[in-house]
Design a protein around this ligand. Sequence first.
Ligand SMILES: [Fe+2]
Ligand SMILES: [Fe+2]
Length: 264
Amino acid sequence: MLSARSVYAEIFDDDEAFRLFCSIAASGETQGGWENGRIAALVPGSYRDLAPKIARHGADEDKHGRIFTALLRMRGLQVTPVPADADYTMRLEAAGIGLAHSRLRADQELTARDIITYLTHSRVTEQRAAEQMRTLRKHSRDHPDVARAVRVISNDEDNHLAYCHEELLRLAKAGHADFIRDTLRTTALAEIAIYRDVSIAVMAHLGRILGWSGPKAAVLAAGIQAIYRYERLGGWRRMTSLRMPARRNALGEPAPAATRGGFG
Ligand SMILES: [Fe+2]
Ligand SMILES: [Fe+2]
């Protein structure tokens, strides 16, 4: 029977599919780590208190990249290049969502608006990451290595999301509410379309590797389109609401040294 669980099982059980899956994940995480590392280095003086949290955010994403690479190594596999159409992070950047990489490569201090752009981009993409990790948690129970890795990452993504809510609420109170609301809306509406396109592309690449039949690929593509329709009709609002999280100051501590070097 075709279910999310059976599709994930197929991906986890096939070396080539698993290799592409983990390579795409590792690349997105590492890209996020680089972006946050640059943002932390360019924080304007008036936002200095945020710099350690942004650095922690970046360190976590780098760690996630290493975890996905370690999952490959444990199976004797190497990272494979990510097809451009399956590159979520780069497609968001190309669409003008978040801070431009040219801006991050330049050694010029960011502005208050840049910091809000970073946080709104994170509010939306961390919602996606947190949801994806919760789904993976559910469907990786029969694969202990994957399940253990996903548990660690999932907990971090929940922290990242809590941090975005808290910091954006603080900035909204400080007089940036209109800019935050508008940017969140634009970001979420762009993200849901890019997420759909990337999902279709990833499914097509995996389908070729796994030899999926036309009807099976069509059912999965229809599922992705249905999710997009739900998000377009209002589901996107879950990515833009702001609520004070139960977990406060979630990124208040530097990354523990033990987690910097390797797995978990
Ligand atoms: Fe991550
Ligand atoms: Fe994250």
